[in-house]
Design a protein around this ligand. Structure first.
Ligand code: HEM
Length: 150
């Protein structure tokens, strides 16, 4: 089960990253080109939110199973790079990114004109993408994973 969830969570990163990048490019081109906010834009932004939320749920399940997550001796956890990363740093950064995606989507949904609908997606989804890439790069730099594989 642990391995299955780890593979699912690992694979979902590509879906989240791809959808985020597409949504951001579409939103920025919508703002700059003063384009109408279409049904296609709405669906893309919604699917990105859903993918991020599925990743959150899978992440929470994985968190309860992972051998890299420990609360038994927080002193040791905080001094051990891989335990600290998966127990504390990864979760804080990823949850923050998903909250930003949720806020951006909600602001866009409530806005009444096209520019005001594109803008929060462009801003909030971009900040979330930077945080997600930053979190993945931290794990890559510490040698825990590779960016495009496991
Ligand atoms: C957009 C959000 C997220 C992305 C892109 C993401 C990405 C990743 C990646 C790439 C891995 C490495 C998988 C591997 O070793 O093959 C991983 C592992 C993990 N993630 Fe996330 N994650 C996200 C959110 C979360 C959240 C919200 C939680 C917890 C609440 C979480 C908990 C974990 C855990 C526990 C591991 C496994 C550590 C291990 O046992 O090796 N992730 N994540």
């Amino acid at each position: 089960m642990y391995t299955a969830f780890k593979h699912l969570h690992s694979g979902l990163r590509y879906v989240v990253l791809l959808l985020l990048i597409l949504a951001i490019i579409t939103a920025i081109s919508g703002v700059i080109g003063k384009k109408t906010y279409t049904e296609g834009n709405r669906k893309l932004n919604l699917f990105t939110l859903i993918a991020a939320h599925i990743q959150l749920v899978v992440g929470i399940v994985l968190y309860t199973m992972s051998t890299m997550v420990s609360f038994s001796d927080m002193g040791t956890v905080m001094k051990t790079a891989n335990l600290r990363y998966w127990t504390v740093e990864h979760v804080i950064m990823m949850v923050l990114a998903i909250v930003l995606i949720t806020v951006g989507h909600s602001k866009s949904k409530k806005a009444i004109n096209s520019a005001a609908k594109h803008k929060p997606i462009a801003v909030f989804y971009t900040i979330a993408l930077v945080i997600i890439i930053g979190a993945i790069m931290m794990a890559v730099n510490k040698g825990f994973i590779t960016f495009w594989g496991v």
